[in-house]
Design a protein around this ligand. Structure first.
Ligand code: GRF
Length: 205
């Protein structure tokens, strides 16, 4: 698969895809990394591995339409088959979601539909999890639809919270799960083992 990865921050999820490709666990190629934050360390990670990495932000365009056109242009030029939102805190324009239906994957650091949606990102997800006192959290990969963290779920992995821990420690443990299930998700798509039936995503054999 020709993959485009969209980021906003450190890019540890991006790094897990880069590592999996370099270890031949994944057969895909990252054709471009796009960040909507100029200083995102993920851009540095990409460049270190000779991967095209660009800063592209909606705010630099006169309209969402212009931004959307630019994104579509980039994805078409690079013959992108799969778009991965890896710690991407931004909007994906409507047209992109339609054009790349069930070809955009997101990773979220909770068991959707809990602790997700607008405002739930980064460390504050884990703060809310601890505040609520749930005994199980985890991470989710899902296809992106027009909502926020609402698309069909692909993989979820739980994490038990059995002792008093800080939000930082919880984030670290969940991040490890994210890295794992994101690579697994891409591999399932490479191997065409996902069957999408409305909201249901079935994993074949
Ligand atoms: C992390 O909070 C992660 O849980 C979420 O996005 C944030 C940054 O991830 N998916 P990354 O290190 O930039 O991949």
């Amino acid at each position: 698969l020709n993959i485009a990865v969209m980021i906003s921050g450190s890019g540890s999820n991006l790094q897990s895809i880069i590592d999996a490709i370099e270890k031949n666990i994944l057969k895909s190629e990252i054709k471009i990394v796009i960040s909507n934050m100029e200083k995102a360390y993920g851009l540095v990670r990409a460049k270190k591995h000779g991967i095209d990495a660009v800063y592209l932000s909606k705010k630099d365009y006169s309209s969402l339409k212009e931004y959307e056109k630019e994104l579509l242009e980039v994805f078409k030029n690079k013959k992108i088959d799969l778009i991965v939102l890896a710690g991407y805190l931004g909007i994906v324009p409507e047209e992109i979601i339609k054009y790349y239906k069930n070809k955009i994957v997101n990773i979220h650091p909770s068991l959707i539909p809990s602790f997700c949606g607008k405002g739930f990102y980064g460390i504050n997800v884990h703060e809310k999890v601890l505040e609520y006192g749930v005994k199980v959290t985890g991470a989710t990969t899902h296809f992106v639809d027009e909502g926020v963290d609402t698309g069909p779920i692909i993989i979820q992995e739980p994490l038990k919270i059995e002792e008093e821990i800080t939000a930082e420690e919880l984030q670290k443990r969940v991040l490890d799960i994210e890295h794992k299930i994101l690579v697994e998700t891409i591999r399932l798509i490479e191997d065409k083992r996902l069957e999408i039936n409305g909201r249901k995503v079935l994993i074949r054999r």
